[in-house]
Design a binder for this molecule. Sequence first.
Ligand code: NDP
Ligand code: 8X3
Length: 265
Amino acid sequence: AKRLEGKTVVITGASSGIGKSTAFEFARTAPKNLKLVLTARRIDTLKQIAADIVAEVGEGVKVLPVQLDVSKPEEVKAFVGNLPEEYRDINVLVNNAGLVKGLARAPEIAEEDINIMFNTNVTGLINMTQAILPIFKKRPEGGAGDIINVGSIAGREPYPGGSIYCATKAAVRSFTDALRKELIATRIRVMEIDPGQVETEFSVVRFYGDKAKADAVYEGCEPLTPDDIAEVVVFVAGRRENVVIADTLIFPSHQAGAGILHKKS
Ligand code: NDP
Ligand code: 8X3
């Protein structure tokens, strides 16, 4: 907890699921002196989460909700400059915003879905990283700070009906690995967290808001909770500065691959 004190943490996709849990977990772990910048498109939800965090942990954590659509390059470019001065000295970027749309197979995949997945999961993540890296690079020893990218088992094991989503997460993995190598002479840590099945709004979004279809995905399964992933995110950020937990893969106990789930009858 001490290592996280005084840090400024930016989380994308903090209005739901893993991002929201990560915001709470940072606040619970370092409740004395932490600044959280919570971003997503749903600003009202973020404002509520900010209030809930302060209600739970107290005023030692400063929380700033910021509306940001990572798929809009102009919004990402303006993001740092628009932050109040006291939130600009960012130490940790959690690139978590992401989504999946549909289960369509080629050649039936809607162009709109292809674009939204790539623009959010890949270009959005890259743009956020490029917007914040100059802040990290100004620090001594070539720079310091943490970039924590949320990938997926889907980026390692592509599956039918998920070709685009899987390709976006493979791209995240590739970008993350190249960036770590580019920054080898610095103290900037580039880390990837790859969850398996986590119950969040992810499947509701996949099925365009159809809650019944989303619930069916988890029937007979015991998925991870977003808090399970949040604990790992905060753990990797809290290691000694010379420790880089470069890569993690996190399953619930009844999962052993993309779509390889033991379902209780
Ligand atoms: P949720 O749908 O619960 O949360 C996704 C978050 O991303 C929301 O806060 C949403 O906020 C935000 N988001 C979506 N599009 C944008 C955008 N254009 N700009 C800014 N924020 C955006 O899903 P999860 O918590 O499960 O997903 C978080 C990450 O975890 C994603 O990258 C996902 O791919 C990954 N993941 C999820 C797994 C799972 O099984 N759930 C497994 C492996 C990886 P808003 O709508 O307000 O913009
Ligand atoms: C989400 C995991 O397997 O549902 O990243 O695509 S999966």
